[in-house]
Structure formats: C-alpha cells, structure tokens
Design a protein around this ligand. Structure first.
Ligand code: GDP
Ligand code: MN
Length: 380
C-alpha cells in the first residue's frame, strides 16, 4: 500500500527525521491559508501515488500566499501519469546546497533490509543506477541486530559527508529511517531529496513509504490511511475482486490461475519474444464473475494488444472460466485478439463453449505464447 507524501513525512517525523512545516489543501483557498500561516515562500506539491511529480509539473514554488493559491489552482485537477490530483501539500520552501538520496528497502538478493544512499539525489535513483552505478552505496542491516551505528556512519562517509556533526546527523536519520521501516512493516521508506542546507544541517524534502499489504492487519492506524481514490482504477478493481494484478510495461495481457503459473507464463512470453502487460492471478476456483472482472481489468490497459489465457483447471473448472470469458466479451466488446490455452478439469466442455467465439485456441503454453506474440504484432 502506498502512502501519500504528506502521510509518509508525518510518519517519518515521528521517528525524529527533520521535515519542513506545512499542511494539506484540497482547494486553492486552503492552500493560500496554509501559505499565510507559514509566512514565507512555499512549495506546492501534488499528492498522487507516482514519482517524478517535479518533472511532470506537479511541484511548484510560490513566493506569496496569493501565488500559492494560483499555483494550487493549476496543480489541483491536473492529470499526472493517469492520476488526477485531488490534494496538494503546501510546505515551507527551503534553499539548499546539495541533494542526497536515502532509502531502506527489502533486498531480495541478500534477503536483508538494505540501506541505499547516494550523493546524487533529487533525480530518480533508477536514472543514477543507469548513468553512474558507482554513486549508489548499499549497506545491508544485520537480521537480528539491525542497522548498526558504524554502518550508518559508513554510509555517511561513503557519500562524502566528512564533517563530523553532519555525518552524525545523517547516521541518526538513516537509523530512524531503518526503524520506521521495520516497525511499520514497510517495503520501501525513501527520502529523495534529503537536502544539505547552507548551515550544513540535513532536512527531508520528499518522503515516500510503501507498506507491506500482508502485514497491514498489524497496523490498523496505517490501514486507515488508505486513499482508494488515489490508486489507479485497475488496481482498485482488482483489490475489490480479490485478484492479484500488477501492471507491467508490455503489450500482452495475461490471465492465469496460480501465481507460479503466472510467473511461468510471463517467462514463456518473454522467451517467445514478447513482453507481458501484467501479472494477473485469478486464484484457485475462480468463477465466472471473477474471470469477467479480470478480463475487464486487463483490457482497461490501452497498451494491451493481445491477451493470453493460461488456465490449468484443477479446482478451477475450465468451463466456468470459459463462461466468464464469454460473459466479459459480451459486456466489453473488443478487437484485441485473444489466445486461450485451457487444460484440466472440464476442458472439453470449456473448449466447446468457446468453439464459436473469436478466441484462438492453443494446445500448449509454448504455442499459446507464440500465438499471443504474433497476434500482438498483428501477424495473426
Ligand atoms: P518528485 O519529483 O515526485 O520526487 O517530487 P519532489 O518532492 O522530490 O520534488 C521535486 C524537486 O522539486 C526536488 O528534487 C527539488 O529540486 C524541488 N523541491 C522540492 N521541494 C523544494 C523546496 O522546498 N525548495 C526548493 N528550492 N526546491 C524544492
Ligand atoms: Mn522526490
């Protein structure tokens, strides 16, 4: 679950991480009132669940309350990467000399919570990873002892903070970020930029926190922060229908039952020269309604040029899935070509149901993937 920046910074502030003063506004007039309270230049920031808001025009400086009102009017209602801005954070604007990157993530490679720091903050870390990987410093915390003081200090030194007082403050912030990550069952806690002010002190200007959905039951106060209107429509519908859906960048939509089979399906699509548009697991025993919802979610992605159904009927009945596909196609007519590899329980009945439809049958996963790739290229 994603927190908004204004929620994330509040959480981090509770751990002693220094953040700027400010408040949330849903109207330009409210933005003005907050700017008046701050009594100096402010930064008005779109509160949407995507990164790169700055580049997209969702972060703007304002010198006066009147300007804050005007700028908030521009940002509220703006569409950033498919999401409508409904709230802005109005925060005290600060001037600074350097931008640092700092985060805590779960590194699946080392199986440890890992701190990432870089002297090249401000821009997206993926960009730094591409252009200057040596500028990214990673230190893994000990599984039981946590992030040790010497590790936090080492991070500071390796990103070039040599002044003793400054390195100490950085180490404190890194330790606090680590604790916030662990105690709230986060999957990411990120500060970008963490800025160095003219007096040498550090301040977090942008915070991002992702929480582990599976651990949310332990944190009802965090679960209550969920803002369903801020999630992409497809993610919200998937959650409501109890479908695991993760959007990817490719153009072949996948509907699969079982997480392992879904992973294998994406692998075989790539092996066949294609790119999956999503991970989607309808789960075991899915009925007609769920299949219908899943297909609607897949087709809501405009990048999807072909759909591959890979269903292994065990508890799930293939004829039930076929009925779901037909029902969905009746409600969402589409020209997107579809390939179906359906095997297992009641497969004959399922295939018979789909016989008159536009679905392209495939006997094996390899054949299904190849046909889906060809269909997405318009070659089928
Ligand atoms: P993001 O683009 O979604 O990561 O949003 P950020 O909050 O990181 O803002 C993008 C950029 O706006 C930052 O990297 C800063 O360069 C700039 N920015 C944000 N807050 C301030 C501020 O208080 N003062 C100044 N001068 N720049 C700021
Ligand atoms: Mn940022």
């Amino acid at each position: 679950m994603k927190l908004h920046e204004y929620q994330a910074r509040e959480l981090l502030a509770r751990y002693g991480i220094p953040v700027t003063g400010g408040g949330v506004a849903v109207t330009p007039a409210e933005a003005r009132a907050i700017a008046e309270q701050i009594g100096g230049p402010v930064v008005v920031k779109a509160q949407v669940h995507v990164g790169g808001r700055g580049k997209a025009g969702g972060v703007k400086l304002a010198q006066t309350p009147a300007e804050a009102e005007q700028v908030a009017g521009q940002i509220l209602g703006m569409n950033i990467k498919g999401l409508t801005v409904e709230k802005v954070l109005v925060a005290e604007a600060v001037s600074y000399e350097r931008e640092i990157y700092l985060s805590a993530i779960l590194d699946r490679g080392s199986k440890r919570i890992t701190m990432i720091a870089s002297a090249e903050g401000g821009v997206e870390i993926e960009e730094v990873a591409k252009t200057n990987p040596a500028a990214i410093i990673k230190i893994s915390a000990h599984p039981t002892m946590g992030l040790l003081d010497f590790q936090a200090r080492e991070l500071a030194f390796r990103i070039g903070l040599r002044d003793g007082k400054q390195a100490r403050q950085f180490a404190q912030i890194a330790s606090a970020l680590y604790r916030a990550f662990v105690e709230n069952d986060a999957s990411l806690a990120e500060i970008n930029p963490l800025v160095v002010k003219a007096d040498g002190s550090l301040l977090a200007l942008d915070s991002k926190v992702l929480l582990d959905e599976s651990a949310l039951f332990r944190h009802p106060e965090l679960a209550a922060l969920r803002d369903p209107s801020a999630d992409p429509e497809a993610e919200r519908r998937a959650r409501e229908a109890d479908i695991t859906y993760i959007k990817l960048d490719g153009n072949i939509g996948c509907m699969v039952n079982g997480a392992g089979l879904a992973m294998a399906t994406m692998d075989v699509i790539k092996l066949s020269g294609g790119e999956p548009a999503n991970f989607l697991d309808i789960g075991g025993g899915a009925g007609k309604e769920k299949v219908k919802a899943a297909l609607q979610i897949i087709l809501s992605d405009p990048n999807v040029k072909a759909v591959l159904f890979n269903i292994f009927g065990g508890i799930t009945r293939v004829d039930e899935v076929a009925r779901g596909i037909l029902a969905a196609l009746e409600e969402v007519p589409t020209d997107v070509p579809m390939v179906a590899r359906l095997v297992g329980t009641n497969e004959e009945a399922g295939r018979a149901l789909l016989a008159g439809s536009k679905l392209i049958p495939a006997a094996t996963l390899a054949e299904g993937a190849q046909k889906a790739v060809a269909a997405a290229r318009g070659e089928l």
